[in-house]
Design a protein around this ligand. Structure first.
Ligand code: PBG
Length: 340
């Protein structure tokens, strides 16, 4: 068949509506694009270590390091200068300070509180998001505390700690608390406890649909919780097979007072993200977790994928699926790119 005959066939098949017409030029693709990533979408997770003037590389997260609280001020400044609107702070608590009850989480002078106070003292225009969960503080690596029979994580005993931790963080000057523990009822309990103590304007970002995922491995290295974790987190984090249940989790957290809800991990759960945003329409964030970061870095390091394009594509996918904000370890690099 010649080209002319084929043209008639294709015109008939498409009724003249050729989809490729608007993909033919860069300017037209730019005009027609439905979703875009901006620097305001980015939340940068950063890691802390004890000491002064200290920086440590994290082997399973190439290019990511832990910094001591004094240097966290420089990191926050760098983020603000790049136009990033928020950082999320995670501590690698010295092992001698970890115990079964996660007591160090309630120390008003723990690593996170030190960093928050140091950053706040410099009046840097950036939101400080602090995690509410016990895993960087417990000797067993769980987000809560064990029940007296030592068999499982005790929901209500854990919530009793988490409300206190949220208050300690609020008092240190955190701008938002982010419960990442997945205990039942903790959003409502934290909201009420914060309100009773005068923190009515402190927002809560709930890790609302958080899955028991294999993709958290490098993060657990970063906060020193991999070596210590006893068992797994399947009795409180969600089963990867469930999508409907995510709507229930998110709905409960919104009813209990969550201001922003999160889906985590990101790329394996784009359907959940889309579902959550479409169903509830509230500000929704997604966490491109450490394992997703590590996969891109490892494949790119082997020359198997184009690193820069893969990063951009992964982040744009979150926007397309409905994310308002994205926690990503690529934040500073991408911010610089978006600014440039
Ligand atoms: C735990 C917490 C985890 C992450 C953030 N908060 C790990 C876990 O649930 O074991 C993972 C983030 C990442 O992998 O980048 N409270």
């Amino acid at each position: 068949m010649d080209k002319h005959a084929a043209r008639l066939l294709v015109n008939a098949a498409t009724a003249g509506r050729r989809m490729r017409r608007r993909r033919m030029h860069g300017w037209l693709r730019d005009l027609a694009r439905e979703n875009a990533l901006t620097v305001h979408d980015l939340i940068w997770p950063i890691f802390l270590t004890a000491g002064v003037g200290k920086t440590e590389q994290i082997p399973s997260m190439p290019g990511v390091s832990r910094v001591s609280p004094d240097l966290a001020v420089d990191v926050a400044k760098r983020a603000a200068d790049l136009g990033i609107r928020a950082v999320a702070v995670f501590p690698n608590t010295p092992s001698e300070l970890r115990d079964p009850m996660g007591s160090e989480a309630l120390n008003p002078n723990n690593l996170v509180c030190q960093a928050v106070r140091a950053i706040k003292a410099k009046d840097i225009d950036i939101g400080l998001i602090t995690d509410v969960a016990l895993d960087p503080y417990t000797s067993h690596g769980h987000d809560g505390v064990f029940s007296s029979n030592d068999r499982d994580i005790d929901n209500d005993a854990s919530v009793a700690k988490l409300v206190l931790q949220a208050k300690v963080l609020a008092e240190a000057g955190a701008d938002m608390v982010a419960p990442s523990d997945m205990m039942d009822g903790r959003i409502g309990a934290i909201r009420q406890y914060l309100d009773e103590h005068g923190h009515t304007d402190l927002p809560i970002m709930s890790y609302a649909a958080k899955y028991a995922s294999a993709f958290y491995g490098p993060f657990r290295d970063a906060v020193g919780a991999s070596a210590t974790l006893i068992g797994d987190k399947r009795t409180y984090q969600m089963d990867p097979g469930n999508g409907q249940e995510a709507e229930m989790e998110v709905g409960l957290d919104i009813d209990e007072g969550a201001d922003i809800v999160m889906v985590k991990p990101g790329m394996p759960y784009l359907d959940v993200l889309h579902r959550v945003k479409t169903t509830f329409g509230v500000p929704t964030t997604v966490y491109q977790v450490s394992g997703e970061f590590a996969m891109i870095e490892a494949a790119a390091g082997n020359g198997w994928i184009d690193r820069d394009r893969a990063i951009m594509e992964s982040l744009l996918a979150f926007k397309r699926a409905g994310a308002d904000g994205i926690l990503t370890y690529f934040a500073p690099e991408i911010a610089a790119k978006l600014n440039g």
